[in-house]
Design a protein around this ligand. Sequence first.
Ligand SMILES: [Zn+2]
Length: 313
Amino acid sequence: MRKDLNESFVRICQFIGRAVPMWNQGAGGNVSVKDNEHLWIKASGRRLDAVSATQGFACVRLPEFHKCFSELKKSANTEADYSQLIRSSSDSSLGRPSMETGFHAVLPGRWVLHFHSLAAILMAEFYFDESKSQKMKSWLKEKLNKSFEFIQNHMPGWSLSHTLSLHPHASVYILQNHGLILQFQDSEDAEKVLEFLKFWQTLEKEFFKDFGLSTVTDEWLQNVQKQPGHLRYLFPDAAVYASQLKSVLQKAPGDSRFQLSNQASLDLREIWWATRVLETLYPQISELDANIVNHVASLPTEKARLGVVRADS
Ligand SMILES: [Zn+2]
């Protein structure tokens, strides 16, 4: 990767990676930058805050990827062929690109940032709720000086990438039960990207206030983290890590709710924490479609992320 891009890449990964649990949980989220014919993207299984100048990224050869991507919709086994394409068009000496690589490759923007913003999940929740849809749309239109699209529940592999390839020109995508995708054009350098991220952080605070939700302070977050709750699939990583989560959840005494045991890993603690935050902010929030939950939990790329199968199998 070019030296200047490399420095910017690390700064942006670190900035997003620090925002736990509101933007990021575990090894989720990914940042990419296009450099001529290459897509550099944070590697699967790597935390955004653990990306460094020499480690934690993967590289995909874009012409090779694009050539086959458009053919995938004719395939009888689209999602599996999509995973295979990501593997075959990437540099095997670097990290492994995640199943979310497709939309980074098909969106034309130089920088593509994707993270599991809890505010964005609630914005989509309101947009797809008929009674709140108009208010949500008008509010965002007034506050945001960029083009945006709301995207309904999608499998986070080929299906989401294919949908975005049909709508490639928005600056902001707000994904139901998933999070946020931002793209920036060639003229926008790393400073502009970081400036927008700070703006978005402020916008999220205003969103909570204007829609009558709790004020999210560090103290509020610490308090929510300690509360017991339910195992709910509110975003894909809760489904990906479901079996691991179940193994470290304990029923609180005399309560139907769960608490995490002390043995839970950092990644699991963050995913549980994010679930608690969403449930506390908006208890009636809808869950991921059951088909998506089952599908995501069984994907080969995601099993590799969990170390269930070898990454090169
Ligand atoms: Zn995601």
